[in-house]
Design a protein around this ligand. Structure first.
Ligand SMILES: *Cc1c(COP(=O)(O)O)cnc(C)c1O
Length: 412
């Protein structure tokens, strides 16, 4: 299937799909079905034995299709394709990024445990950690980009930490966390019998620009709503990792019933065919936009990974972990909320909307929108001020994007 060690982008159109099983159709059909017909009672029995772990898989045996809550060809093929980008053994696709995240947190944490997590995290994740998990006796312990290993360990030792959860680059400031350091911390907190796992929300870098499993993480999570979907037309999530940990995630998914449906799976397969060209163009456009912003008199500061100062610690992490500066650009406008809102309301090509990673460029105000739930103190410490504007750069002509930003800044 992969005689030349083809790159993932070469395999996204065909990998895992057998046309002969679908009347020769070149594309995987939408398997809009709840259940699957067994050839015989004996076959049904064998499929269930395997699905319920009552026996080992025979060497060439494919797990049989039983029922679409357990799996469906559109999800199965999509999951195999997603594995290629991150070099994962197994993947589970979910009906949203939040269902991927909440399923992982519930699977790896029990009452009395603690979760060590990077700050800031996505607003929904923050709410789940600080408002939902405490109701189950699970405590969140946060750490910030500037914290040293000793500072983090001091907070986390003897607290029953079972999982380290990291979002890097952090949203919306693009602050980076060192994943090697997170691995070391997890290993110091865990024991052989009670390991501490590292889970990374890699949504901001998509599957293209950062591969956490190769940097020591045990699990990588995505809101597939963002770059993977990439067209602002679906909600989905994904988790990837080694076969053992993923078996646990897949089992809980089966019983929570929060897998994506076949139609979403099909749309995501279609999206994956253009993942690399989309993201590559988005990053090239973002670099042009960031350079323009950096030279504009109404802009106080640009938060863009391509502008990190060589020699700084953030630059070192950037060089180690990322293959691109990405397509998210934030900036502080001169002034406060009034000036930021004037700018946002004057945009003509950018859409004023939350979310990110799509073909169209989006602009939003984190302090009033995505991060309005974060406490004022945390917002201050994390640099999420009233001046901050977040841009997600799309695939448009970059000169049109710059024209739009310039005319909107002129109206401030
Ligand atoms: C959007 C997002 C999520 C949540 O994903 P949904 O698909 O909206 O449920 C989680 N993490 C990050 C970093 C996100 O941007």
């Amino acid at each position: 299937m992969n005689p030349r060690n083809f790159q993932p982008e070469s395999l996204m159109m065909s990998y895992g799909y057998k046309p002969e099983l679908s009347e020769g159709a070149i594309k995987c059909p939408i398997f809009q079905t709840s259940t699957f017909v067994f050839k015989s009672a004996q076959e049904g029995k064998e499929f269930f034995e395997l699905a319920y772990g009552k026996r080992e898989k025979n060497p060439d045996e494919q797990p049989g299709l039983i029922y679409s809550r357990l799996n469906n060809p559109d999800l199965q093929i999509l999951e195999e394709r997603l594995c290629l980008w991150d070099g994962a053994e197994k993947c589970a696709v979910f009906e949203s990024g939040m269902s991927a995240i909440s399923t992982v947190l519930f699977e790896f944490l029990r009452p009395g445990d603690s979760l060590l997590y990077s700050m800031p995290v996505y607003g929904g994740t923050d709410h789940f950690i600080n408002k939902v998990l405490p109701q189950y006796g699970i405590k969140g312990i946060g750490f910030s980009p500037g914290d040293s290993k000793e500072e983090i360990l001091k907070k986390a030792r003897n607290k029953g930490v079972k999982l380290v959860y990291v979002e890097t680059p952090a949203n919306p400031t693009n602050a980076l966390f060192d994943l090697n350091l997170c691995r070391e911390i997890a290993d110091e907190l865990g024991t052989k019998d009670s390991p501490v796992y590292v889970a990374v929300d890699n949504t901001y870098m998509g599957p293209l620009w950062q591969h956490p499993l190769k940097l020591g993480a045990d699990l990588v999570l995505y809101s597939a709503t963002k770059y993977i979907g990439g067209h602002s037309d679906l909600i989905a999530g994904a988790v990837l990792g080694n076969a053992d940990l993923m078996q646990r995630v897949l089992t809980l998914r089966t019983f929570l019933g929060n897998m994506a449906g076949p139609w979403t799976g099909w749309l995501l397969m279609r999206s994956l065919e253009t993942l690399k060209v989309r993201m590559t163009q988005q990053a090239a456009n973002a670099s042009q936009v960031a350079d323009f912003l950096a030279g504009h008199p109404k802009v106080e500061k640009v938060h863009y990974l391509g502008h990190l100062e060589p020699g700084s610690d953030q630059y070192r992490i950037f060089k180690n972990q990322l293959t691109s500066a990405g397509a998210m650009v934030s900036f502080d406008i001169k002034g406060a909320e009034k000036e930021a809102f004037k700018f946002l309301d004057a945009l003509k090509l950018f859409h004023l909307a939350v979310s990110l990673g799509s073909t169209e460029s989006l602009a939003e105000h984190p302090a009033a929108m995505t991060h309005s739930d974060v406490s004022e103190e945390d917002r201050k410490n994390l640099g999420i001020s009233e001046k901050l504007i977040r841009l997600s750069i799309g695939v448009e002509n970059y000169q049109d994007l710059i024209w739009d930003i310039e005319q909107a800044l002129n109206q401030v």
